[in-house]
Write a protein that binds this ligand. Structure first.
Ligand code: NAP
Length: 290
């Protein structure tokens, strides 16, 4: 069944560069269709030097909601009227809502990751979590975990150790008693951190298509009883998750975070809770055709 477009149809969109491979239109339009709302979700290819013009256009056209993806999550902040404190702390916005012509920014990556872990059976409070990576996603996930009361160690490769220390500093500004530290990713730190960890998270692109034969850590690092969460969602079952499953870990897929961050954006824009399962299935269907 196609979405009916009328004079009252409101527009939701995602912007990025590149954008052709986004799964967000499939996820959101599946939810729109299931709920019978007068909305449509489209993707716009916006280059870095066109970001201001794009936001002038969103205001002029009354676009209701905008998802922001790579490389615009940081630069977009200068074009917004208001940014929530967590997104400010993270230093990145992935969702914008147009309320009466004023553009408000949030970061639903953080909440989406926390929700995916909770749905996977992780009790975040007091969990010991090894978070690998020091980029934008690790930063958002780190904020969410510390806010939930987890005890987080960021493991970053040699050149990223200063970036990991910056994440720890910024999180402690927002959550002064938060439990978070960082160290260099290596055999010594893995031997120290992994045996006591309840959860290990890959927040690097390692293992992503077309490099699906790569895993950020050695298969021997996983131990039974722990949860493993890979932010990479293409392929669905990454080598990281396969190694984890072989070692007896429970796994949380990147697609779950994608669906939850999308669902949280959708609910903020529309005031309606969307069917997360339908959104996730729509994304998996797109993945299966690639
Ligand atoms: P990013 O900002 O580019 O950061 C990636 C981080 O991984 C950087 O710290 C990078 O280090 C590090 N890294 C890259 N290759 C590495 C290696 N071989 N060993 C150790 N560290 C390495 O990317 P991001 O936005 O954080 O995204 C990370 C991954 O999460 C991507 O695959 C993205 O698709 C995924 N993601 C998924 C969701 C979801 O909803 N499931 C949401 C957001 C992101 P350098 O800076 O030194 O390269």
């Amino acid at each position: 069944m196609a979405i009916a477009i009328s004079g009252k149809t409101k527009i939701l969109c995602v912007i990025g560069d590149p954008i052709e491979h986004t799964m967000s239109p499939a996820m959101h339009n599946a939810a729109i269709q299931a709920l019978g709302l007068e909305l449509v979700y489209v993707a716009f290819h916006v280059k870095q030097d066109q970001l201001k013009q794009a936001f002038d256009g969103f205001r002029a056209l009354g676009i209701l909601g905008i998802n922001v993806t790579i490389p615009h999550k940081i630069n977009v902040m200068q074009y917004l009227d208001d940014i929530d404190p967590v997104a400010k702390g993270i230093g990145a916005v992935n969702t914008v809502k147009n309320i009466g012509g004023k553009l408000h920014g949030r970061n639903t990556d953080a909440d989406g990751a926390a929700q995916a872990l909770k749905n996977g059976g992780v009790v975040l409070k007091a969990s010991k979590i090894a978070l690998i990576g020091a980029g934008g996603a690790a930063r958002a996930v780190g904020f969410a975990l510390v806010r939930e009361g987890s005890n987080v160690t960021i493991l970053a490769r040699h050149d990223d150790v200063p970036a990991a220390a910056d994440i720890v500093r910024d999180i402690k500004i927002l959550f002064p008693s938060g439990k978070i530290d960082s160290c260099e990713l290596g055999k010594e730190s893995m031997d120290k951190v992994m045996p006591g960890a309840n959860v290990v998270i890959n927040a690097t692109p390692v293992g992503m298509h077309p490099n699906a034969n790569q895993c950020i850590i050695d298969a021997t690092c996983f131990h039974s009883g722990m949860h493993a969460f890979d932010l990479v969602y293409n392929p669905h079952d990454t080598l990281f998750l396969k190694h984890a499953q072989s070692a007896g870990c429970k796994v949380v897929h990147g697609i779950d975070m994608l669906a939850h961050q999308g669902a949280m954006a959708f609910e903020w824009w529309t005031g309606t809770k969307p069917p997360v399962d339908i959104m996730r299935d729509a994304a998996i269907k797109v993945l299966s055709t690639r």
